[in-house]
Ligand binder design. Structure first.
Ligand code: PEP
Ligand code: MG
Length: 587
């Protein structure tokens, strides 16, 4: 039966495919595809785990005291029965053999399917056996953890190759869409260049980092779809409408045809935009506009150049730190930054120092994140200043990369003059360290993110220290309105057009222009075509966004008259009714 689930639109376009559920098991398991010659070994690993649990239970039964309560022995019998059940074993085999899921992913997927069958049972006693099943599976997973996998999670390159193979394999020609309760930004990154045609998650806001990475993958995505991962079943046909934020499950033939048509329209529109690739971004009245790229990984630079970016306005360096057991050392970071600089072929690269914390956690043990309000805690520059050795390592690596091309250094989440001074003196210290070691490095411009209201309100102080500013609207909105950007339950209040947000944006841009300092916006607002005219009207001439958005924003720039927009944006700023502001922005 067809039904729909509503969430927040994150990445545009239509995806049609079969659902792949990434189960949100209580046990944290890895999800990756294996090679076909690894199938037998993965099945073996599950078998060994299962046999070990059977042995353990049988031992428990033998050692059971004579006067043990009857319920206990009955419970162990149930667990043994569940372990022998073919629905579990054959199901797991199917996911490994036919879908090439790794053993843990296959096991949790099958758990989900059987658990759902239990949920639908009329008999309360049988329904409650779901908890036993979960326990049994968790025990197997625990055993498997001890049994080293002959198949290690793939490197990004291998994964890309593997997925490329999958795409070319004509037995796997149905697009797959990923449905999960939640995906961390690091998980999401694993799926870069993946076979998945779309993503849906239960949680997350429009500018959560998971959503940002999903957008950079340029495939339709919906987040904050509440209980989608409970309602959608493995292999269901699903349509993801990334423009409307709607997920249609088990669609009828008519709906499928309608969305198939819409999908082709979107593709055509994208193709049409490519004609603008080599057109300079200039308004009708001759104002030059700089369209830059936001990247997460060094190799994204290639895509940025292809998309017509005139530089990288934001390289989120924290993605080099996430999803790994140890922090990257100076050499590794230097190579990564150098790769991005060389990839941009002489165009400038703005490297932001590490911004972890809040919804971009590091692996356990590298940084304590168990605070009540992590977004207000030891995040970004605060963490860097709390660990100066780690920070100087990063600064040295960036300075060294600057010897290979134009580099701007960008510091996230500054608010205090003392933080600014500390940062700049650590930068001086890093230069001295390189001098002492006789290692060459380059010049760089130093800029600050304006993403805390306090920073926007003290922009004059910032400009005394920095060469340029970059406005991070994602956090500026979050901190101005006290709305967690990753929380779908307050997503309706996350409003880029709130008069307070617009005022901070306008005054920051105006002050930079008055002082002749560079200013850009690198938050998601810069890539939103509905905001282009307003930002131009506020005087912005530098926009940094996902490479995939560049041509659509360029189209808006080419159609804009900057002088007329300046007068119009004053009206927008003067309006205090958000709905009026909205109608003024989108006349
Ligand atoms: C922002 O806050 O707008 C920004 C660009 O940084 P991030 O999204 O990585 O926090
Ligand atoms: Mg930010």
């Amino acid at each position: 039966m067809t039904f729909s689930v509503h969430g927040l639109p994150v990445a545009r376009g239509i995806a049609i495919g079969r659902a792949v559920l990434v189960a949100s098991s209580r046990v944290d398991v890895a999800h990756y595809f294996i090679e076909s010659d690894q199938v037998a070994a993965e099945i073996d690993r599950v078998r060994m785990g299962r046999n070990a649990v059977v042995d353990e239970i049988q031992r428990l039964q033998q050692d059971m005291p004579k006067d043990a309560p009857h319920e206990l022995t009955a419970l162990l019998d149930v667990h043994l029965m569940l372990l022998e059940d073919e629905t579990l074993t054959l199901g797991v085999k199917h996911w490994i053999t036919d879908r090439l899921y790794n053993a843990e992913w296959a096991l949790t997927t099958q758990l989900e399917i059987i658990a759902r069958q239990f949920d639908e049972m009329e008999d309360e006693y049988l329904r409650e056996r779901k908890a036993d099943l979960e326990q049994v599976v968790e025990r197997i997973l625990r055993y498997m953890k001890g049994v080293a996998s002959p198949v290690s999670p793939p490197s990004r390159a291998r994964e890309a190759q593997r997925q490329q193979d999958l795409l070319l394999d004509d037995t796997v020609d149905v697009p797959l869409v990923l449905i999960a309760h939640d995906l961390s930004p690091a998980d999401m990154l694993q799926f870069k260049q993946s076979v998945f045609a779309g993503f849906v998650t239960d949680v997350g806001g429009k500018t959560s980092h998971t959503a940002i990475v999903a957008r950079s993958l340029d495939i339709p995505a919906v987040v904050g779809a509440r209980n989608a991962s409970q309602l959608v079943r493995q292999d269901d046909w699903v349509i993801i409408d990334g423009d409307a934020g709607v997920v249609i499950v088990d669609p009828s033939a008519i709906i499928l045809a309608e969305y198939g048509f819409k999908q082709r329209q979107v593709q055509l529109e994208r193709q049409r935009l490519t004609r603008l690739l080599h057109t300079p971004a200039t308004t009708l009245d001759g104002q030059k506009v700089e369209l830059l790229a936001n990247i997460e990984l060094p190799e994204d630079a290639d895509e940025a150049v292809k998309a017509g970016a005139v530089g990288v306005g934001l390289f989120r360096s924290e993605f080099l730190f996430m999803g790994r057991k140890a922090l990257p050392d100076e050499e590794e970071q230097y190579k990564a930054y150098r790769r991005a600089v060389e990839g941009m072929k002489g165009l400038p690269v703005t490297i932001r120092t590490v911004d972890v914390g809040a919804d971009k956690p590091l692996e356990k043990g590298l940084k304590e994140d168990a605070h009540l309000n992590p977004a207000l805690g030891l995040r970004a520059i605060r963490w860097s200043l709390a660990d100066p050795a780690m920070f100087r390592t990063q600064l040295r690596a960036i300075l060294r990369a600057a010897a290979h091309g134009p580099v701007n250094l960008l510091i996230p989440m500054l608010a205090h003059g003392s933080e600014i001074r500390q940062t700049l003196s650590l930068l001086d210290f890093a230069r001295v360290e390189l001098d002492n070691r006789g290692i060459p490095y380059g010049d760089l411009k130093v800029g600050a993110m304006i993403e805390i209201p306090a920073a926007a309100l003290s922009v004059k102080m910032f400009l005394r220290y920095f060469d340029f500013l970059s406005i991070g609207t994602n956090d500026l909105i979050q901190y101005t309105l006290a709305i967690d950007r990753a929380d779908e339950s307050v997503a309706h209040l996350y409003d880029p057009l709130h008069p307070a947000v617009l005022m901070l944006l306008a005054s920051t841009i105006a002050e930079c222009r008055a002082q002749g300092k560079g200013v850009s916006v690198c938050g998601e607002m810069a890539g939103d075509v509905a905001m282009t005219r307003l930002l131009l009207g506020l005087g912005l001439r530098s926009f940094s966004m996902h490479p995939t958005q560049i041509l659509a924003v360029k189209q808006e720039v080419l159609r804009a008259d900057a002088v007329r927009l300046t007068t119009w944006s004053e009206e927008v700023l003067a309006a205090d009714d958000p709905s009026l502001v909205l109608s003024l922005v989108r006349p």
